[in-house]
Design a protein around this ligand. Sequence first.
Ligand code: GDP
Ligand code: IMO
Ligand code: MG
Length: 404
Amino acid sequence: MSNLSVVGLQWGDEGKGKIIDYLAGRYDAVARFNGGSNAGHTVVIGGMKHTFHLIPSGALKGKELLVGAAVALDPVVMGEELSLLPDDVRRRLLVDGRCGVVSPVDKDFDRMLEEMRGQSAIGTTRRGIGPSYALRALRLTPRVSDLVDGFDFGPLTDFYRKLSLDPAGLISWAEDSKKLLRDMVGNVSSRVAEITEKGGSVLFEGSQGTLLDLMHGSYPYVTSTHTTASYIPSALGIPPSMAGSALGVTKCYATRVGGGPFPTEITGPLADSIRSLGKEYGATTGRPRRVGWLDLVALKYAIALNGATEIAVSKLDVLSQVKDFRVCTSYRYQGKLTTDFQSALGHLDEVEPVYDSPLSIHGASFAGGIPDEISKLIDYLEERLKVRVSLVSHGEERSETIEV
Ligand code: GDP
Ligand code: IMO
Ligand code: MG
């Protein structure tokens, strides 16, 4: 089996965690490659809900767990997360020494920047991820290996003070972080290469979604790093030839949490009903997620950017309980129709979605496998998107995933 990446094709929260948990059994290791504790990946087993922020979502499948160099690592969150998981998770975990860390002051910095933006706030998770990556680019962020070896906090504390941020407490935080991290630091690039060269395989876990990508998403309403499969080689420090293929995850509708344009957004009773049926509240912040119809214009762009050869479609149980079913097939802008998402990115808040109601999935039941209505939907999506639908998800439980 070759390596595979699992990435979000929308605005995050597509159900990546559930799909990674489902697939993890076939791989030797699961490696997180981007983002930080802004991510919240949910796995539900026998009614027990587990939310992963930094620990790879293969944790409950007994797999080796890798956290690559491009992850913004918050030691406090990692410590809290580990305390909720069985002891063996810690022993299976390897964190790359080159990961930049997120300090408590970065969270204050995040809040300060959001307050500064006022009406045009991004609606960040306030987890300090943006500031940590920005300080990394300024070469001020300590890496995990720096915390373990001893770090000169002078320049960083001076910088924080200049911004009227309070760096008190940084030294004791660094001491606690060192104790937590010292036994798990290593080289994830070498480990991925070693597994792959011995004929094993690694599942790469993406966080956020393609439309939140720092370069290729709805800037400035995006996250602070790259979110597509094409980032994997440089993020993990492996050759492109080792990245394998990409599986994209999408809901059968769309959600977004935080600010920014959302062409297919719906509001009112129908949106409230989908939010409630789909429990659309942020796994990290608990914020209600904005809800809308599936946007095939955006999805096509995301599939192309990731080079995804297959997709997983989640939340089919949710729309099966809703009478209306629509998908956006093009945008109208200044009287003209377009299906080119990239060219619409500059005025995404002004486009008018054009919908198709290709079929009804209302009342579809998964008791006997994939129902006819869903088979028709799969055919429709495969035809429109020119990609294979390899998995469908029809509930939050681990068991509620079907291979097509
Ligand atoms: P991720 O960030 O992409 O891993 O997704 P999240 O975990 O943040 O959000 C997905 C939410 O939907 C979680 O609460 C999952 O338990 C849940 N979920 C995933 N797939 C399905 C599905 O097919 N049906 C339903 N009803 N819930 C799902
Ligand atoms: P997972 O991995 C959904 C969003 C925030 C905000 C923007 C910037 O669970 O899919 P940030 O804190 O990253 O600076 O916030 O990005 N965002 C997410 N939305 N799922 C996520 O991760 C997200 N991570 C960040 O809501 O709009
Ligand atoms: Mg999430």
